[in-house]
Design a protein around this ligand. Sequence first.
Ligand SMILES: Nc1ncnc2c1ncn2[C@@H]1O[C@H](COP(=O)(O)OP(=O)(O)OP(=O)(O)O)[C@@H](O)[C@H]1O
Length: 759
Amino acid sequence: MTQATDHSAPSGQVIDMTKRLPPESLANLKKAARAEALSSSAGVADARTGTVRLSAEVDGQDVVIEQLDDERRRGLRALVPASLTNPDVWAHRGEVLAHAAGFHVAHSPVYVWRIVKLSSIGVWAELGAAWGYLLATEYGADIDEAKREAKKKKGFADNSDVAQLRGERRQVARARRRENLTVLSATGFTSYIAAVVGIAEVWGVAMAFPALIPVIGVMYACGARELRRRGNDFVVFEPAALEEDAPLTDAQINQALRIAVPSFKEDDEIQLVGLIQRADINASQCVFKLPAHVTVSKLIEQREGIAGALQVDENWLDIQQDGHPTRCSFWIATSDPFETVRRSPLLGQSTPLDLWNDGAPIAYNKRGETRRLTIRDIMLLIGGATRTGKGMALRNLICALALDPRINVRIVDGKPTGEHLVYAPIAATMFGRDRNRLDFLLDAYEAEIERREDLLASLGESKMTAKLLKKLSIEILIIDELATYTRKSVPGAAARLSRLEFLSSVGAGLGVLLVVATQHPEVEVIPAGLRGNMTGRWAQRTADADGTNAILGKGATGRGMRAHDIPRDKRGLGWLDMDGIAEELARSFLIDEEDAGEASEIIAVGWELRRAAGRLPGQWDDPIEAYLVQMTGLSSAAGGPGGRGKPGRPGQAAADATVLDVLLGAFEEGADRVPLADVRAAFAAWSADQWAQKDDEDDATYEGRFGKDLGARLDEQLDGTGVELEPKRWRVGEGQVRVRGYLLKHVEAAHEAARKIHK
Ligand SMILES: Nc1ncnc2c1ncn2[C@@H]1O[C@H](COP(=O)(O)OP(=O)(O)OP(=O)(O)O)[C@@H](O)[C@H]1O
């Protein structure tokens, strides 16, 4: 019995807490309780739950929760080995039995034929032996020999010896036929035949069959003995376990290892630890010990051969060391373990996650185990061809990040699709396709790294720890389609790459993390230096082996990680290579935003959790966004005004901004003029599609196009005001370099004139 809880309530009043919970929390609680009960050793709902007794039922105590005594409840069960009470073991045994029964029934005509054949051999051999005994045929050889001797020695036939032997044979044969045993056997045999015929006549042939079973059994044994005497192998019943679709047995494993692993010799055998059990609807698993001279690593090397011997795809097999080098955890599926799409465990989550300790659930491996990315020191690289599931991988990650308010998420999209806009409400920073702004963001990150170094030094810490999370958030920068910013032809790519490399090398210890995704896994886009710092790598289907190696590192394909062989229809499946776990195939969970709005749901929960914690964009002083606003006049917090991934003037909806607003925002604080280069940067940050330099555009063409478009848009906005706004020239620095740009007083005048007319 558990102890009554001390509290101050004067009487045993029952409060129904469930009535106070919101419906989805109640549903989650029920789900958790069910899961907890099901995971109990008995696996039934009442195995761990107890009885609640109210004060009316007990003296002197308010509420008593009586829990079943574990020891008493288990009773004898504690003495029985766990493998015998494990329902998965029984399920597997049931499958083996059912399969064996089906197999042998299907093979019964073959068995009947073999038994009849063997019995016929037995009958024939025994009749021959009886015949020889009764006629004393063993004299035949002696008589022949006597005949040959007589001819050879005297030159003419003297058959006296022969006659003597023949006489002797007749005498012996007659004596044998009169022996009691012979008479009895003959009488018994004829009576037995007469009885069988009688039964067949009276009750039918079917009833006579059981009466024939003993004689068939004897004849079968005689036939088997005869074949053994002749040295012939014979098999009547075939082992059901070795059939292609048979459930896993130790016989199968032994046979497969003998075929595929050279060091596993003919007389070697595995030793099962516990029993084979069902692991999933389509899989079995077991643990076994290997002979001392065969290690698990040898089995892993020969994975492909073992799979072939067991007649399954290599990816349906999982072999892991379990403790010492000769103890193996073996898992095999009878169909593709990644066939079924699994939904994210984040769906229905309503409480904050602790990604520092528990990690973000991003994928499942073939055994169905959840793979978690601990947001502590991870730098993740996701690569793969187009439409292979990189976006889904990021969705799993970002949705989990949204649910931990201690993490600042910054998303820089290199693609025009806007697929990440759904995350804007929780994103501390979010913008797309603006490399100038990314450069500013990297400036801010470098400053943040310095700030953190100073802070840690002042606190006497050398790196980020869980305890520091209260003072310092985790910063995570996610760049989708890295190539937009780092391809060689992109202006500033080399400098940007080296800054990203720096960030990935020093950030981890300071809680500044980097995640990049690309569909161009080429050395030019992800050089070895950057890739080497990425402690997590996830290669989804790539175009070729070079692409795989560019993501996973040199020699990855040689080690069996052939991401280019992943089937096209298995989107989201990839080779995951993370520090701390063996490289393995893993498929991202499905979060269906397109048809079911699931990402929006999770982000809404994250938004609420962050709002309550005061960690929504705008609710806290963000030095990084402040720097971006200072440099560009535009904010990209929560995806900028309106959450459209386009930076805008702080406090203004991006959709409503005018070219004059953006131009005004391009002036640095206190500056009376702005050079055209900064104006172009501000416009590109506002709307990259329209104002940023295109990849195939040289500087002169871009500046020409920009000037023309800006002039036209300003004229349009100033139409009817009588005001004209043109760039001016001035000289700067010692060299008196000529610069073109706008003067603040002109822009302000134009802004005011336009405001009046459009009011
Ligand atoms: N784990 C998964 N389970 C089921 N479907 C998935 C999974 N991962 C991706 N998909 C589906 O595959 C398709 C492509 O996914 P996604 O958009 O993530 O690919 P991508 O590599 O980001 O594409 P792009 O190259 O266009 O950016 C989508 O329809 C998505 O729903």
